[in-house]
Design a protein around this ligand. Structure first.
Ligand code: ADP
Ligand code: ZN
Length: 208
């Protein structure tokens, strides 16, 4: 099974992807997490990606496409993959289709959240360095309850970068909704509900 989670920054894609990993055994492939890992490990890709990411700009397509397609080619054993944060541009979506050949994407779930709520969530978001799970400001100073990792505010969750990411999303990623609608793959999910209700809708969409 190949699922794609589409949605603005802060829509809750990563949270739902983690839940799908627990419940369905799907491998969670997050382009953002892969890029942050490259940065931590100071690889060439990580160093190239750094300035784009901190400004909230997209990392160039050729770099991201290669990174994600390599990862996907390693994930062929399990029941499937949930892609989170990729594709984010038309060239990425086309490269993915091409790489899949006859094997198609099963569903593209668009997790929809209004912009004022996204800004509120992102500016109050703190992330575990170990496992990337999100927390809020109230948890700062305490370790992650899952892995004991340290919580920090991502550079790109600062206000200016947040505004830029939302603009980049509207301009570059939002058009993919029509692209997948045209292919009959798109399912809309209301991301403004609590986490469990969103999960319920996601699981329902997978059955339909
Ligand atoms: P969010 O969805 O909250 O913006 P991510 O962790 O998915 O966060 O992405 C963080 C940053 O990593 C993006 O702002 C961008 O710079 C880079 N990035 C992640 N995925 C892609 C992608 N598919 N194409 C280009 N850049 C990406
Ligand atoms: Zn953690």
């Amino acid at each position: 099974m190949l699922l794609v989670l589409l949605g603005a920054p802060g829509a809750g894609k990563g949270t739902q992807a983690d839940i799908l990993t627990d419940r369905k055994g799907l491998a969670h492939v997050s382009s953002g997490d892969l890029l942050r890992l490259h940065r931590q490990q100071k690889t060439e890709l990580g160093q190239l990606a750094q300035s784009y990411m901190d400004r909230g700009d997209l990392v160039p397509d050729d770099l991201v496409i290669r990174m994600v397609l390599d990862k996907l080619s390693e994930e062929t054993d399990g029941p499937g993959v949930v892609l989170d944060g990729f594709p984010r541009t038309a060239p990425q979506a086309e490269a993915l289709d091409e790489a899949l050949g006859g094997n198609e994407i099963d569903k593209v779930l668009h997790v929809k959240v209004p912009e004022d709520e996204l800004v509120r969530r992102l500016s109050n978001r703190y992330i575990c360095r170990g496992c990337s799970r999100p927390y809020t400001a109230e948890s700062m100073g305490r370790p992650c309850e899952f892995c004991g990792g340290e919580l920090y505010q991502r550079e790109d969750d600062m206000p200016e970068a947040v505004r830029n990411r939302l603009q980049v999303y509207s301009a570059q990623t939002y058009p993919l909704i029509d692209y997948y609608k045209g292919k009959g793959k798109l399912v809309e999910v209301n991301g403004l509900q609590d986490v469990d209700a969103v999960t319920g809708d996601v699981l329902q969409a997978l059955k339909d």
